[in-house]
Structure formats: structure tokens, C-alpha cells
Design a protein around this ligand. Structure first.
Ligand code: ASP
Length: 330
């Protein structure tokens, strides 16, 4: 019999740590109240999958997470993964921004050991809660040798997703997590089954290490709509090193906003055209002459992930060609 894997479980809050007044409260409940030990106590079966070592790092809803929280989670994971007696890690996390934290870890952790970020759409107290099974599945995935080298994974609703692609795409349903090119695999009765692996570079193959990052440059997002006024764009651009413009369609920009965005680029703000559609590529020099205006485009990264990637990219370079290549590589 092979020895059980040693898995570190880090609690950070969210619905998976939530509690409702009644079992019918599937959407109205208090978030981030149960400690990680109490959550693990609901799944004694997980002890058959792995030796668990739990710790509470944070206890807050992920809608509150700023760069300092991401850095804190990354640093703690890095020091745990460096230990010989830790084979993988699970982070319990709110679902609201799970894809941002997961993508950040995917790009900055320097380890092939499995890291799984997991949340739930219903608190443990609700009817048909997904909390216990999602956590059980996450531990199963983190403990399994086939999960090594795949970067950071998000497990929910019997599915394993790569951090790069996964997006929370429903506000309340259990089936909330989608990857535009499909999941990597399923988890069934404590066994992961993979059908594909991530194509883009991650973890050991990126230039970023969580161990040397102390802050992240300020990158903001502007969400496009017809009546968006110039002053709002100027105000956001004034305080940022990078600006993700979540444009309509293929990164389209209303005529009255061209000048403030061009002006921002002239002042050295890195302006990136993205799309608010939730899916698809933004074509460079397509809807706008990006070369002429000194703008960048995302490849297919949704605006919140583009924010993470640009912030990391700006720690390396401010050269537009280097930054553009980063969007196409990660
Ligand atoms: N507000 C919660 C959070 O992201 C929602 C959830 O966990 O589903 O922390």
C-alpha cells in the first residue's frame, strides 16, 4: 500500500465557511463564519484520502480580496509547498473572485505540487449544499499524483478546471464554473480523471515568483457602456499604471473615449483593450489601430484576469512589445 499524501488545507472564508439561519437559505446567509477545522469535521471521509494539516489564514469573503490578500495566500502556499512533508495544498476560498486568486497562484507559485482552490455556491447549512463534496473532491485532486505539474486547479461540481480558463459565470447555481475550452477532468468518488492538460505556460515556466514579489503595480478596469463619460475614464487612468478597458464586442471603444485613452497611453499608462462579452479573442489592430495608439490587447483573458496578468507583467517590463507577448503566452 502506498503512503497517503500529506495535504495542507488553508482556510480563507467564503460561502464554504458560511452559515444560514435555515436550510432553505441557499443564497442569503452569513459568509466566512465557520473555521477550517469545523468545515473539515463535516467530511471525516477525507482522512482516508490524505493526511490533512489545516490552518486558518484569512476569514473573509473573497469580494474583499485586494493584492495584499493574494500575496499573503501565495506566500503561505509557497512556504508550505517547499516542505518535504507537504505533497499538495487546498485553499478554501469564496467563489466570487476564485478565478483571480487561482490565476495569480498559477502564474507565481514555483512548484509542481498540486494546488487546488475550492469554494461552494451554497453554505454547509443549506439544502443540497455543495460545500462538503467540493472540499472532499478538492482534497482528492490535491492528493493524487496525476494532478502534479498542472498548475493551480479549481474544483467544483465534480469538475476540475485550470485556473487560467475558469470563470464564475452564474450568481447562484451550483453549476457556476465554466472554462471556455472545457474542464480538464472530472472527480468521481474521490478519483480525479483527466482528459486534457493546460496548454499555456504556468508555475515553473513563468518569470514570476511569489517569493520575490512584495507589491503589485496598480492596474484598474474600466467597464464600457454607451453613456460612460470621459471624466470617469480620466479619473481612473490618472491613478493607474495599467488600465484594462473592458470594451464592447471585440474591444470596441466609443468615439468620445478615444482621446482620454490615447492620452493615458501617451502619459505611460499601459492601456489594454479587452472585451466585456466574457469570451473570445480581442484582435490586435482590429477594431482600433493599437500600434498607432500605443495600446495593447488581451488574447482571450477576461478583464479581471487581464488585470492580474498586466500587474505581474509590469513588474518585468513596461515595453509594449514585451507586455503584448505576455498576453499571448499566459
Ligand atoms: N461572497 C462569497 C465570497 O466570494 C461568495 C461565495 O463564496 O460563493 O466569498
Amino acid at each position: 500500500m502506498t503512503a497517503k499524501a500529506n495535504i495542507a488545507v488553508i482556510g480563507t472564508g467564503g460561502t464554504i465557511a458560511g452559515q444560514g439561519e435555515a436550510a432553505v437559505n441557499t443564497s442569503a446567509y452569513a459568509c466566512s463564519v465557520l473555521g477550517i477545522d469545523a468545515i473539515l469535521d463535516t467530511i471525516p471521509q477525507a482522512r482516508a484520502l490524505a493526511n490533512l494539516r489545516a490552518e486558518q489564514l484569512l476569514q473573509i469573503g473573497s469580494e474583499n480580496f485586494d493584492n495584499t490578500h493574494l500575496l499573503a495566500i501565495g506566500r503561505r502556499l509557497s512556504s508550505l509547498l517547499a516542505q518535504d512533508d507537504v505533497d499538495g495544498a487546498v485553499v478554501t476560498h469564496g467563489t466570487d473572485t476564485i478565478e483571480e486568486t487561482a490565476y495569480f497562484l498559477h502564474l507565481t507559485l514555483k512548484s509542481a505540487k498540486p494546488v487546488v482552490v475550492v469554494g461552494s455556491m451554497r453554505p454547509p447549512s443549506a439544502l443540497s449544499s455543495d460545500a462538503a463534496l467540493n472540499l472532499y473532491d478538492a482534497i482528492a485532486v490535491a492528493a493524487h499524483p496525476s494532478s502534479r505539474g498542472l498548475g493551480t486547479l479549481v474544483v467544483a461540481n465534480d469538475e476540475i478546471h485550470t485556473a487560467r480558463d475558469v470563470v464564475k459565470s452564474n450568481s447562484f447555481k451550483l453549476e457556476a464554473f465554466r472554462s471556455p475550452y472545457g474542464m480538464l477532468g472530472y472527480v468521481i468518488e474521490g478519483q480525479p480523471r483527466y482528459y486534457r492538460s493546460p496548454a499555456r505556460a504556468h508555475t515553473l515556466a513563468t518569470p514570476w515568483s511569489i517569493d520575490t514579489l512584495s507589491t503589485l503595480p496598480k492596474v484598474d478596469i474600466v467597464y464600457a457602456y454607451g453613456a460612460l463619460d470621459r471624466g470617469a475614464v480620466e479619473a481612473i487612468a490618472a491613478g493607474a499604471q495599467g488600465l484594462i478597458y473592458a470594451g464592447t464586442g471585440n474591444g470596441n471603444i466609443a468615439g468620445h473615449l478615444l482621446e482620454p485613452l490615447r492620452d493615458a497611453a501617451r502619459r505611460g499608462v499601459r492601456v489594454v483593450r479587452a472585451t466585456r462579452t466574457g469570451n473570445g479573442i480581442v484582435l490586435r489592430n482590429g477594431a482600433q489601430p493599437d500600434d498607432e495608439y500605443g495600446w495593447l490587447t488581451v488574447d482571450d483573458q477576461i478583464p479581471p484576469k487581464a488585470r492580474i496578468l498586466l500587474a505581474l507583467a509590469l513588474t518585468q517590463s513596461s515595453d509594449a512589445r514585451v507586455l503584448q507577448a505576455i498576453f499571448e503566452r499566459y
